[in-house]
Structure formats: C-alpha cells, structure tokens
Ligand binder design. Structure first.
Ligand code: MN
Ligand code: MN
Length: 322
C-alpha cells in the first residue's frame, strides 16, 4: 500500500490490492482495509469485540472477530447485488478490538459502550464483530447517546429478552430486556427475525410481546417470501435510525455450525443476506454480528457467512443517504 499523505489524499484508502498481494498474504485486517490509525478520517469503522463471558452454553465467541477477519480476505471491491463499490464510496477502516474485561461483565459493558461511543460520536457508522450477544446492550447504549432510540432489527433463533439467568442480569440471553428497560429502541419499529426452537415456558413469548417487537418466526418463511418480509421490515422502520443485530445462530446449523447455542431449522445464508440487502436506503447507523465461535466450525462455513454479512453491512452504509 502506498504511504499516505493526509493533505494530498482525497479518495478513500481501500483494501490492499488483491492483484498485487494475493488475498491469503499479508497482515489481517477486516477485508485487508487500512487500520483506523492509518487514515485521517473514516465513515465506517469495523471493530471486533472479543467478549464471551456472557454465554450460557458453548463458550468461544471471543475468537469470533479474528475468524471473521480471516474469512474476510476474499471480499472483493464490487457488490453486484447492491451495485456499489463499498470501499470506494466511503472510507472504511478496521478499528481493532474494543476493550472488554473478560472477568467482569458490567465493567466490560462500560468499556464497550465508551469505546463504541468514541468511534461514532462524530457521525461515523459502526459495524462490530462479536463476541457473544451481551455486547449488543452496551452498543445500543452508545448508539442511543448519538442517535436517540433506534429501530432495532434483531436476527436470532432466540428472543434474548429474558430477565435474568442464574440471577445474572447481563448475559447473552438478556440484552434486549435491558435495552427495553432503558428505552434504547423504538418498540413499534423493531422486530425479531428467525425465532425458533424450544423455550422454557409459553410465557417467554407473551413476556417478549409486551416489549413491542414484531416477531417474524423462522417457520413463517415456509409460507412467506424474503421480499414480503423485507417489505414488512421496511414499513416498520420507516425513517428511523436503524440498528441491525445478527446472532449468527439465526442461520441453520448447516449454514453456521460454529455458534454457542445452535437450533435446528434456521435460515439459509442466502435468505439472511437477501433480507439484509433488502434494507438498502434505510438510515443504517450501526450493526453487529455476534455468536461466531470458530472452534466449532468446519471449513470456515460460519466465519465465511459472517464475513459476507459484514460486507453487506458495509455496502448498505454506502447506499445510505447522509
Ligand atoms: Mn441466539
Ligand atoms: Mn442472541
């Protein structure tokens, strides 16, 4: 990569050129983009959050950011489905990993919120690579400080609106309950997508319904098309600032085996990418991908899906009016 002269440079600095250095070579940043300290300004920051002290079953999502970055080496400059060059239309950087105490969940939350806020306070967008789903709560707090309440579209097999687990209020099963208590999202504009699997009790669904989420169950895709679901989500979000939170377990274990709490009967990666692309033009302010636990992966299936999802996020940012 040529040396940078902030005064002379006007075009965004893109990834390392794959025609010069093959994609499997060189140091690893997301999509082989410049680090945040390598450029004078940025429009979109991609950051890892290697935190998994909030899991209730399989651990290992702390290794998610590294695996997703490694799988992102193959991402190319042009997104044909959204007709955009996402790394040319805007300055995208890898902001490294946010600090997160591995032994104190509340402290980790404060650290994540503070670091995320620093990245977005001047108007940049933030894409985070988790980490377990606990991190969505401090990330939503940071978003709220800049944007106020957001429309939240949450893709997950699970509701993640339980109150406590073993009396702990901050776990990967509770972030959206805590967020609801603080008014961090707009109830009528928010949705869960891909919900499925066994629950503790019928009351799980009724307690969640009181928080105001629209629910698109995974079984709904047996009779509804991706386009129909996209239309429903777009109508719910409207002009509100939009935050996307994707638990990779929304995908079927065939498409994402490397996750902490797998459930059979999930979305295909094609369906998920299609829904996310369908949100183009909405006011996307931030997005996360969580629960990639690469020790359970096979041939990088899960981290490839996550890297491609992150690419769609970056592309959506380029298609979002400023
Ligand atoms: Mn989940
Ligand atoms: Mn989750």
């Amino acid at each position: 990569m040529p040396s940078l002269s902030p005064d002379a440079r006007t075009e965004p600095v893109g990834p390392v050129d794959g025609q010069i250095s093959p994609r499997y070579a060189g140091l690893t940043t997301f999509a082989r983009l410049p680090r945040i300290e390598d450029v004078p300004r940025y429009d979109v920051a991609v950051a890892g959050v290697p935190f998994d002290a909030g899991v209730t079953y399989r651990p290992g999502a702390r290794f998610g950011p590294g695996a997703i970055r490694e799988a992102s080496r193959l991402l190319r400059p042009y997104n044909p489905r959204l007709d955009v060059m996402p790394f040319r239309a805007q300055q995208v950087v890898d902001a490294g990993d946010l600090p997160c105490n591995p032994f104190d969940i509340a402290q980790a939350g404060r650290e994540i919120e503070a670091a995320a806020y620093e990245l977005i306070r001047d108007g940049a967008r933030l894409i985070t690579l988790g980490g377990d789903h606990t991190i969505a709560y401090p990330l939503l707090r940071a978003m709220h400080r800049v944007h106020g309440p957001v429309a939240l579209i949450h893709f997950d097999a699970h509701l993640d609106t339980w109150d406590t687990y073993f009396d702990a209020p901050l776990t990967h099963g509770t972030p959206f309950r805590r967020a609801a208590e603080e008014g961090l999202f707009i109830p009528g504009s928010s949705a869960h997508v891909g919900i499925r699997g066994s629950l503790y009790d019928p009351d799980d669904l009724t307690a969640d319904a009181e928080l105001g989420f629209t629910v698109v169950h995974c079984a709904d895709f047996e009779t509804r098309t991706v386009a129909e679901v996209v239309d429903q989500l777009r109508a719910a979000v409207g002009d509100a600032p939009l935050y996307l939170s994707v638990d990779i377990d929304v995908l079927d274990p065939a498409h994402a085996p490397a996750t902490g709490t797998p459930e059979a009967g999930g979305l295909t990666s094609r369906e998920l990418l299609g829904i996310v692309r369908g949100l183009k033009g909405l006011n996307l302010v931030g997005a996360d991908i969580v629960e990639v636990a690469p020790a359970y992966d096979h041939a990088d299936i899960t981290s490839v899906a996550a890297a491609n999802l992150a690419y769609e996020y970056v592309s959506l940012c380029a298609r979002t009016p400023r």
